[in-house]
Design a protein around this ligand. Sequence first.
Ligand code: AMP
Ligand code: MG
Length: 424
Amino acid sequence: MNDPEKSLQQLSCAGDYDPNSMPVDKAREVIARFLSPVTATERLHIRAALGRVLAEDIVSPLDVPAHDNSAMDGYAVRFADLRSDGETVLEVGGTALAGAPFSGEVGLGQCVRIMTGGVVPRGADTIIMQEHVRVDGSKVRIGGGHRKNQNLRRAGEDLKVGQVALRRGVSLRPAEVGLVASLGIAEANVYRKLRVVFFSTGDELVSIGTIPREGQIFDSNRYTIHGMLTRLGCEVIDMGVVRDDPRLLENAFHDAAAAADVVITSGGVSVGEADFVKDLLNKLGEVVFWKIAMKPGRPLAYGRIGNAHFFGLPGNPVSVMVTFYQFVRDALLKLSGRDPVPQLPTFKVPCTSNLKKAPGRTEFQRGILSRDAEGNWSVRVTGEQGSGILRSMSEADCFIILATEQGNIGAGTLVDVQVMEGII
Ligand code: AMP
Ligand code: MG
């Protein structure tokens, strides 16, 4: 962590710091001040490194491509041999296949049959597509209209020796893994996985596999949180359900902080329950803020317990997912070494629903994007926006983000949407 004491002091001195109603942007900025990424690395075979964060720049040890080569199936010629006033006839002197170069030189009045990827033979400087020649025994007839150097891929045009192919901080997706392989590199240094421990709080919760008694509900948050963390590439430790009992909670917070870089809980931070959790956390660590001016997800605590970061997510299942994606995701990516932290794309589209919105909080309504016959996109809400309706997250493919000061919105208005594709 950066010096958290100092950051906290600076925060409390800032005039607009209200831990009980943090504006969304301010909360993001505050969290970012406390984050310092993992530094430990491990060396992995590139296949095993899929999804991991690169801890070193990958420098190209070679020119890519390594040689001038043909972009087409055709004939390698000397441009100077081509007549500007009509057809040119050239003798085919050999063949250059991908992986089997022509060893000689293309002499005056000669050409070489060449396939895509074949090394351009010495003497030749231009490729004529096979569709543009007529084969006549051992000769080819070539019409006019060609440019010098056409259809060539130059050595080093993609990457030159010594050039940085990938920067530290990128995530290794299939494209990056392939790129590293194309340089002949078998292993890469990646950051160790971030360790995240999580548990649910609530006397009403039962785990799946148990029959709920009256008033009890199934714990779903631990499953969404497990899924979201796994997708982010974290090492996850599930501590189960902890009852609303100060002694049990204290033990759980203590064990969790000792086991991981980040502790995530759900429930127990709403009005009433928050008080004893607050006392506990003030005893075990420090909480930077408790509430965010947003909907859903108003009760969201952020702080630290021992050396671990702490996110106390709300209990309501939709609030859990919204606060995770709007705050925790960025923080975990930064802690994992991602640099820059990738932002989910946001853009404006007309909303075809009327939206209820009271000024004073940023809202993250759940939306469904669709495209009409002309190819224009629009968005509609998923229906009821209650923070307990998890189905709204399942049906949605975007958040409709409504700014703090915004009031009700009439159908047809442009709204900001943030696509969830690939994260939910
Ligand atoms: P809380 O913040 O603990 O007051 O919880 C707010 C609401 O979310 C209550 O209706 C809880 O029953 C519900 N809730 C809390 N934790 C979970 C969970 N792990 N899974 C599903 N619902 C939960
Ligand atoms: Mg509770």
